[in-house]
Design a protein around this ligand. Sequence first.
Ligand code: PHE
Ligand code: CO
Length: 318
Amino acid sequence: MKEITGNSSRVFEGHYSDLGDWKRGDIDYFVVPQRWDDYTTEEHAIWRDLYHRQMEILPGRAISLFMDNLKELGIAADRIPDFDDINKILKPKTGWEVVGVPGPIPVEPFFELLANRRFPVGTFIRTREQFDYIQEPDVFHDLFGHVPILFDPVFADYMEAYGKGGLKAADHKAVYMIGRLYWYTVEFGLIQEEDGLRIYGAGILSSPTESVFSLESDSPNRIKFDVKRLLRSRFFIDDFQDTYHVIESFDELFEATKPDFLPYYDEVRKLPTIQPPELAESDVVLHKGTGEYARKAAENRAERQKQKQEQEAARKAE
Ligand code: PHE
Ligand code: CO
């Protein structure tokens, strides 16, 4: 277990990109205790407010099994759940358990946890200023967003297979490609259910604003899921998605990712990257986005970039 100094299990302290002396097989190297008793009243209140806001938005928008499983898991409305309580229900039913991590951990240890049916959950919670979206996965994103759909046996197996596939990708310098798959399915995936389009991606399920935007805005593209196309698709982590990839079922997703990916990686390396708002000729387009939001976001991004450069220049001039 990694030694975390100070009270950092409550505060996100940056990416743990440092592998330390982690080696494959050190499954628990980045795992930390949740220390549930240390959460403050305000932190529980942030959970409660996020929970209630999502409960107003998600019925009829989230994949149908999500709402049922949330209840079954005993994910409480009024306080941050205790991981031990979650695991008592999750483990016997799914073979998965949640483990605490201090923040984003390096990809290989992350893949390894998934490959062993352990889902890493950030122990800290966002602040009120980060209510709508944070880039670093906190306990609300990880538990509320990711855990309920692990009750689906096919999705549960997909996540394990993904972890194993990730380790294989790491051996072939293909992490950036398999990472795109995670992003556009596990984090930002949509699914076509009988009653309409629904959300299954945790990045959307845990974001009040994107839950509405992803389904209802005219701006983003919505295209049919195609695994090789996905491996070519770049993404931005700091804004709503410009393109959503829609599956028909978890079976479709699991089947499409069963083949050996090494030939896919070779193929994709030779093809140009597809930019987030861009459509490819082979795309089956369910909704062609107006791109209105994407254009504004690109301007904002350029503006942020400029500000950063100016700040840096000013700093150097001092
Ligand atoms: N089948 C993929 C491979 O051989 C691994 C994988 C499984 C990737 C599930 C994604 C999801 O590399
Ligand atoms: Co996530």
